[in-house]
Design a protein around this ligand. Structure first.
Ligand code: OGA
Ligand code: NI
Length: 361
């Protein structure tokens, strides 16, 4: 088996990946180059992650303004914040994690029904980023499925575990309501008003669930669960059962940045600013670069709910945010444009969708 150590990515396709087979070593094509891992840039403390009590959005106008100001600061400095008092029952979160875990524990035959390498498929089960195709492989197995409108997609979701549709469906609906509330606050924080995107996100918007599983890795310092990347979405709401997520704080160390470890606190949800809010803010808010570290002993499950405009609805810079000093800094783009980008580019090599949108003056 040792000759597999130096085999190329294509050896580790779905069904044969190192993470599915629990290989006792990390094959070379999973090793991330040192440039990915400025370990000295890692701060092990997590004190500096902004945390926002969003129940206050429903308080007095003054209190809402204060929360929105906190969000504005978090979006400008980190492109990331944690939310507490979001009003979602702990049981809804626990149940969704449990059915996700149950799905990954099913026999391969059952899971393989959803296997697909087509990034346009509304439901797909695969490994790494693009299974066996990118130069570097990642120690991840995932199921992605569309979630809005629920009735249009839920019949395509797994029927096993038997409660998957019900429990994951409930979680998705709650995430969706929350995403609309947060997006309203974000557009308000940009001076665009609370309803600037409501109709485009509500009836016609997309919600994609990434249900991620990171099995234990024999050498967690060598491989990664996911490489540094930002999400294409407007916002992503994330729930994790274990630590592993790290976000890049661009402003630290006089602009050279540092990795910040995000703790796992029961009931807390994390909000990532995605590329489409960076565009919406004309660059005032930054989509957060994040990556996933691995664990030697435990399986990590994360649920990432990505919220964006409709498939072909283009996000562009609002004219209200453009003036002589602030020209339009990004080209318009849709979710579908992102998928086209994903097909053509190897994200493991650091290519970012947002960079293709930037207008140079
Ligand atoms: C993602 C992602 C983070 C995690 O699915 O885009 O960044 O913690 N997930 O799994
Ligand atoms: Ni992500």
């Amino acid at each position: 088996m040792e000759n597999e150590k130096s085999a190329s990515s294509s050896t580790f396709k779905m069904g044969n990946s190192a993470q599915e087979r629990s290989l006792p070593y990390v094959p070379d094509c999973y090793a991330v180059p040192p440039s990915y891992e400025p370990r000295d840039a890692l701060d092990s403390t997590s004190e500096s992650v902004p945390t926002i009590d969003i129940s206050r959005l429903k308080d007095s106008d003054d209190e809402r303004r204060r929360v929105i100001q906190e969000m504005r600061l978090a979006c400008q400095s980190f492109g990331f914040f944690q939310i507490v008092n979001h009003g979602i029952d702990q049981s809804t979160l626990d149940d969704a994690l449990a059915v996700a875990e149950g799905f990954f524990e099913l026999p391969a035959k059952e899971k393989n029904k959803f296997m697909s390498n087509d990034v346009y498929a509304p439901v797909r089960y695969t490994t790494s980023l693009k299974d066996g195709m990118d130069k570097i492989q990642f120690w991840r197995i995932f199921l992605k499925h569309y979630a809005h409108p629920l009735h249009r997609w839920i019949h395509l979701w797994p029927q096993n575990p038997p409660e998957y549709r019900e429990k994951m469906g409930k979680f998705c609906q709650e995430m969706r309501i929350l995403s609309l509330e947060i997006m309203g606050a974000i557009t308000e924080s940009l001076g665009l008003g609370r309803d600037y995107l409501s109709s485009r996100m509500d009836e016609n918007g997309m919600q994609v669930m990434a249900v991620n599983c990171y099995p234990p890795c024999p050498d967690p310092k060598t491989a990664l669960g996911l490489p540094p990347h930002s999400d294409y979405s407007c916002i992503t709401i994330l729930l994790q059962n274990l630590t592993g997520l790290e976000i890049f704080d661009l402003t630290a160390h006089d602009g050279s940045g540092r990795w910040v470890h995000v703790p796992e606190v029961k009931g807390v949800l994390m909000v990532h600013i995605g590329d489409h809010v960076e565009v919406l803010s004309n660059g005032l808010y930054k989509s957060v670069i994040h990556k996933v570290n691995l664990n030697e002993e435990k399986t990590r499950i994360s649920l990432a709910s990505l919220h964006s405009l409709g498939m072909d609805d283009k996000m562009s810079v609002p004219c209200q945010l453009v003036n002589d000093e602030n020209p339009v800094r990004y080209r318009e783009s849709s979710f579908n444009d992102f998928l086209d980008f994903l097909v053509k580019n190897d994200i493991s090599q650091g290519f970012r969708f947002i960079d293709t949108l930037k207008i140079k003056y």
